[in-house]
Design a protein around this ligand. Structure first.
Ligand code: PMP
Length: 362
């Protein structure tokens, strides 16, 4: 008698076995609180788009009946000009996480290894497993990338390495000299992805600049996003700068039309509103230092952060602190047993967080 699979007998489709080991994404939410809710869990910008960007969104929305430019040519050209690279070195995607997924589709397959630090951005393990590849997680050292250990983890099966700089959620950065030395140890056929989603918030001058390091290294590519400093998280647009061969691989694996027309127009307008947006980034950086100063005043210094969030290494108290904040309407991102990441918002939002932290005894 032919074997009938469990899935067939229970009447649900049979999925790839890798899905059995995955949980679907659940964003942080707060239980209903009596007062307002402060969203400090997703590292979003606290500011809505500037008027020029809103106007561009309106114009593009009026053409919502038309398919977008699949090649994102206006945006690609604008990015190339802004960053001083060739248009053939730029590839746009549905968020930088969308670009990362296309890179996975380009290089990863069963048997391939993907190396990244842990703890780091939560999408890396998901994308790696979905690609059928093997995740090689290298523990952070004091909250920062341990590049020696990462170099030691490379094998002839390693196809991609993520370096998240600044690192989400710890906010640490990799100094330029150390990253250069690391890149010298990576085989030329292994792609290194420098994820710089938070680059605009970096003030530590020793931090590696991905665009500088990628120039002249065909196996190094940089990911940037419009979701954070440019304040367009809802529109889902990010991009890669790298060697033309890498950008081309992204274009080949790009889900057709996945960067919508409103997003493309908004991103072009945001690049042209750069000065105004970078002034807002300056406010967020000042607020980051203010919040860190207040939290450190009690004698327990908080680690510095070069991103638009702070990391509170609370260990076993992380979940309790996350729940406590939630009850007060402040939504933060706890990682059980490890720490809590809190985004830097507007001064009011940050004050609400600071009162919640004080009430917890921090
Ligand atoms: N990289 C890092 C390190 C991130 O923290 C995030 C967002 N949380 C992203 C990439 C994804 O950004 P997006 O897809 O919105 O561009």
């Amino acid at each position: 008698m032919p074997q009938v699979s469990t899935a067939a007998t229970t009447g649900v489709p049979r999925f790839r076995s890798v899905l059995d080991r995955m949980v679907s994404y659940r964003p942080s939410t707060a239980p209903p609180a009596p007062g307002p809710t402060y969203r400090l869990a997703a590292n979003e910008s606290p500011y809505g788009p500037p008027d020029a960007v809103l106007a561009a969104i309106g114009r593009a929305a009026a053409q919502a009946n038309l398919y977008p430019d699949n090649g994102c040519s206006a945006l690609t050209g604008e990015i190339a000009e802004r960053f001083g690279v060739g248009a053939d070195q730029v590839a746009v995607g549905c968020g930088s996480v969308g670009v990362a997924q296309t890179l996975m589709a380009a290089v990863a397959e069963p048997g391939a290894e993907v190396v990244y630090a842990w703890r780091s951005f939560e999408a890396y393990p998901i994308l790696t497993r979905l690609a059928g590849a093997t995740a090689v997680e290298v523990p952070l050292r004091d909250g920062a990338h341990d590049l020696d250990a990462m170099a030691g983890a490379l094998t002839d099966r390693t196809r991609l390495v993520f370096v998240c700089n600044p690192n989400n959620p710890t906010g640490t950065v990799v100094p330029a000299g150390r990253l250069r030395a690391f890149l010298d140890r990576v085989p030329a056929d292994c792609l290194v992805v420098l994820d710089e989603a938070y680059r605009e918030y970096v003030r530590d001058a020793t931090t590696a600049d991905g665009l500088e390091l990628a120039a002249g290294r065909p196996n190094v590519a940089v990911l940037r996003t419009f979701s954070k400093a440019y304040g367009l998280a809802a529109l889902r647009v990010g991009f890669l700068v790298g060697h033309p061969v890498v950008a081309d691989a992204v274009r080949k694996t790009y889900l057709p039309f996945s960067v919508n027309g409103v997003a493309q127009a908004a991103a072009v307008a945001a690049l042209r509103s750069r000065e105004e947006l970078m002034a807002r980034v300056e406010t967020v950086v000042a607020e980051r230092e203010r919040v860190r100063g207040v939290l450190s005043a009690g004698g327990r210094p908080l680690p510095p952060s070069e991103a638009n969030f702070l990391w509170l290494p609370l260990g076993d108290r992380a979940t309790a602190f996350g729940e406590h904040c939630g009850r007060l309407g402040v939504v933060v991102r706890p990682f059980a047993g490890d720490g809590v990441r809190v985004s830097i918002g507007s001064p009011d939002q940050n004050d609400a967080f600071l009162s919640a932290a004080a009430a917890f005894g921090l």
